[in-house]
Design a binder for this molecule. Structure first.
Ligand code: F6R
Ligand code: MG
Ligand code: MG
Length: 367
């Protein structure tokens, strides 16, 4: 059978209220636009915070004109509804009016992977709001390279040899392939700098699965780099396959039991703790956050997604939510001080440089 492609494409085309969540009418509009499609095998529409998330399966491969224009058209229609309802920031992430066949670089975030379906194919789509693509570095690294997270790396012969990481330097637009565990410390030297080096894909090594098909993929679009100025949030998505020659579902989810710090909270300018939540709780309220992550799981069969499972809608993640709320308090008390506020270089596209411009003539040299 031909390969299956899973495409997660998202955009903020209007928030309700403010940047908190997505109005049900936008979800309905997206549903109506995708349901008649003869390109898709299946789809699931959801939201994380103010981002409208289109999860789709098809046989068109990655970067398909048809699939991308369907997503673009869906976001355009949702924008129209957002305008009618007076929703906040209608069309915010659609940076261009002219669509030319590929949605990359146009504003929406994209994580796509084409793969040969196994007999049973468990797959999780992760979606985050109020943060940036590098927020996935820590959890993806833990799942595929940290034996304290993933027991299988130690005890399952089929994953014992580790995984290959494709890491992008998003400032230089270049990439490098690195092997775990042998290059683990060098990998960490890069991806610990999560504002610049981002895990894009993970590949298996020799074993049960084809080594040229990704088992994890992350969206890496940085809106400010596309638009040349701060225009909104690059809230990322990731798709991860699991089990049987890959980390188990529980090993894929385990990193989110810790409310690790990510950047992108309030005005894209603050560090804060990620909070794993069920879809209904993916509403960014406190100080426009704290940053949220949702996980929706599927068993893909012949390209069909089947039922969706809201994986963080689970008391097992209560301690992580509490940890996040507690750390949010602690961070907030720093107000405008680093490291709650991002370092200057990351604020480049927000208001601070304008303060510097204003004061330029008033700075005197000192010995
Ligand atoms: C948007 C976000 C928010 C906004 C903030 C200010 O996803 O991160 O924190 O940056 O609400 O928004 P504006 O400038 O639209 O009033
Ligand atoms: Mg918004
Ligand atoms: Mg958002």
């Amino acid at each position: 059978m031909s390969k299956t492609t899973f495409s997660a494409i998202k955009a903020d085309v209007g928030g309700f209220p403010g940047h908190a969540t997505v109005h049900p009418k936008l979800m309905e509009t997206a549903e109506n636009n995708l349901k008649g499609s003869d390109i898709l095998l299946d789809y699931h529409i959801t939201h994380c915070g103010d981002d409208l998330e289109l999860l789709m399966t098809h046989r068109q491969g990655e970067d398909s004109d048809e699939v991308h224009s369907l997503a673009w058209d869906t976001f355009k229609k949702a924008t129209e509804v957002a305008k009618e309802l007076g929703l906040y920031g209608a069309g915010q992430d659609l940076l261009s009016d002219a669509f030319s066949g590929n949605i990359r670089g146009m504003g929406p975030g994209i994580a796509e992977m084409e793969f040969t379906e196994r007999k049973a194919e468990p797959l999780v789509a992760f979606m985050m709001d109020k943060t940036e693509p590098g927020a996935f570095n820590l959890p993806i690294f833990k799942t595929f390279a940290d034996p304290f997270n993933t027991a299988g790396l130690v005890i399952d012969p089929s994953i014992h040899s580790g995984f290959t990481f494709e890491i992008w330097d998003i400032k230089e637009s270049s990439r490098v392939f690195m092997d775990a565990p042998n290059e683990m410390y060098d990998i960490l030297a890069l991806i610990g700098a999560k504002g610049r080096f981002v895990i894009k894909r993970v590949f298996p090594k020799e074993g049960k699965l084809p080594t040229d098909e990704p088992v994890a993929v992350v969206s890496t679009e940085k809106l400010y780099q596309i638009a040349g100025e701060y225009v909104g949030k690059d809230d990322p998505v990731a798709v991860v396959r699991s089990q049987s020659g890959l980390p188990a579902l529980g090993e894929v989810l385990e990193p989110y039991s810790h409310a690790f710090l990510v950047s992108g909270w309030m005005r894209g300018s603050h560090n804060g703790p990620i909070m794993p939540v069920g879809v209904d709780q993916a509403r960014c309220t406190r100080f426009d956050g704290p940053p949220r992550v949702i996980a929706v799981g599927f068993q893909i069969k012949d390209g069909k997604m089947g039922m969706a499972s809201d994986l963080f809608d689970d008391p097992a993640y209560d301690p992580a939510r509490e940890e996040s709320a507690l750390i949010a308090n602690y961070m907030r008390r720093h107000g405008p001080f680093e490291p709650h506020r991002l370092p200057l270089e990351d604020m480049e596209y927000t208001t601070l440089p304008k303060v510097m411009t204003k004061l330029k003539g008033r700075f005197e040299s000192v010995e």
